[in-house]
Design a protein around this ligand. Structure first.
Ligand SMILES: C[S@@+](CC[C@H](N)C(=O)[O-])C[C@H]1O[C@@H](n2cnc3c(N)ncnc32)[C@H](O)[C@@H]1O
Length: 430
């Protein structure tokens, strides 16, 4: 920790006695503000208190309910920037208990942009989403969302954050700060395999999923639901009752763990470990579930997460929902869901997916009618009201609304007010 100079101490006490805020540069050198033993610092890192207080909540405007809501809970598909939407969800008594200061979401999974510097398009070359925020800005972009996600998570809830080799390591540290180091349950390595011709390095074939709980020990975990299946059953036979066994000697049979499910005995397999190599990527095994959405995840991946860390009836949430894999699997497993995305293609793909569900994982089997869900707009307002704001308020509103960095600059002689951050594509702006 830096030692304060006499001038700095004098300046600080002057600020404090005059009731003035301390400049940002003092944040990391003031001993009483640095509660943590260690911390990741980077440019533009705001204090959690500021993030929670300064984020503008956007009203959620219901656009259409699919199916008969009957006035009760309907699943939520929200079109908007998740930063403000998450804040808005803290005003929703179905999702957050304000009096108790407690969230009601049992499970969160997010698969955000990975800071790849790319623009992703659908199979018909439609704009899907931008992944252009990099460096410290990316860290702060995602950290802000994680702060709100923690608030919305139930006391016995869990969160899974999916990243890759580019930024995962920073988020292990940031998640430790936000959720507490002791609340890390697993660092999951998803080894999706696939062919490679890599000549100058080891082929990159894994992504990382950090699994934290809100409160270690209170969290739900269902190990039986997610055992590793048997790829090769040739060593096993069935007895007259249909039970599986392995012949050890001529006389002795060994019966492995199995359960009677849907009219037959099913081998339970080994307990799952933190390296998952039995779930292919969409690129290696498209299957009938593929919708052409870039970086769409397999339903099997979400099946494991949802089965392990939630129970039927629980609310599961994905704030970077993309093609809606979490919602599709939640429907199949009887969970309630909230999905947020700021891309038009994503919202369109999700609506279509939900209305064409099949009952089995991988989108197979009979048709499945989804539970009623409501599509909300967040951040689309009465334009006249916004236009009538005084110029400075209008500028502030628009910059905040679209998560732009407030930084005037010029491009080809044209003065611009700031930079657009990840996710929001141009179509979404107008
Ligand atoms: C990697 S994709 C998610 C894919 C998803 N897991 C699936 O299985 O289809 C990331 C998504 O995050 C969305 N996104 C990025 N920034 C966002 C933001 N600020 N608010 C809401 N959604 C955002 C993008 O539009 C994109 O659809």
């Amino acid at each position: 920790m830096n030692k304060l100079s006499d001038e700095e101490i004098e300046y600080m006490s002057k600020c404090l006695t005059e009731g003035k805020p301390l400049p940002d540069s003092y944040r990391y050198i003031i001993p009483f503000e640095t509660k943590k033993e260690y911390e990741l610092t980077y440019e533009g890192k705001e204090r959690e208190e500021e993030i929670l207080a300064d984020t503008m909540a956007v009203p959620l405007q219901p656009v259409k309910t699919f199916g008969d809501g009957n006035g009760g809970w309907t699943n939520k598909l929200i079109f908007g920037d998740n930063h403000q939407v998450l804040k808005a969800l803290m005003d929703d008594p179905e999702v957050y208990d304000k009096n108790a200061g407690k969230g009601k979401v049992r499970l969160i999974y997010i698969d955000p942009p990975f800071a790849t510097k790319q623009e992703f398009r659908g199979t018909q070359d439609q704009k899907a989403y931008q992944d252009k925020i990099i460096g410290a800005q990316f860290l702060e972009f995602l950290r802000k969302r994680l702060v709100f996600l923690r608030e919305l998570l139930a006391d016995d809830g869990s969160i899974y954050v999916h990243l890759d080799w580019r930024k995962a390591h920073y988020f292990k540290t940031l998640m430790d700060e936000i959720f507490g180091e002791h609340n890390l349950v697993n660092e999951i390595i998803w080894n999706y395999k696939g062919t490679t011709n890599s000549q100058n390095m080891y082929a990159r074939k894994h992504e990382t999923i950090y699994f934290y709980t809100k409160n270690w020990g209170k969290h739900i975990f269902n190990p039986d639901g997610v055992r590793i299946g048997y790829d090769d059953l040739s060593a096993y036979k069935k007895d007259k009752g249909g039970k599986w066994y392995k012949q050890w000697t001529k006389e002795r049979r060994h019966y492995p763990a199995q359960e009677f499910m849907n009219g037959e005995w099913v081998l339970l397999g080994k307990y799952r470990y933190d390296v998952w190599d039995d779930v292919p990527s969409m690129a290696t095994a498209h299957g009938s579930e593929y919708l052409g959405f870039p970086n769409q995840k397999k339903e099997r991946l979400l099946e494991i997460i949802i089965k392990a860390s939630s129970n039927p009836g629980d609310i599961v949430l994905d704030a970077f929902a993309g093609s809606g894999t979490i919602g599709a699997v939640a429907e199949k497993l009887g969970r309630r869901w909230i999905m947020i995305d700021c891309g038009k293609l994503a919202i369109y793909t999700m609506q279509k997916r939900l209305l064409n569900l099949k009952e089995k994982i991988g989108n197979k089997g009979k048709a499945l009618k989804p539970k009623p869900f409501t599509l909300y707009n967040a951040g689309l307002y009465n334009y006249k009201m916004v236009k009538d704001l005084p110029r400075d308020k209008y500028r502030e509103f628009v910059l905040k609304l679209f998560q732009c960095r407030d930084e005037k600059h010029r491009i080809a002689g044209v003065e611009l007010d700031g930079y657009l951050c990840a996710g929001a594509d141009d179509d979404y702006l107008y």
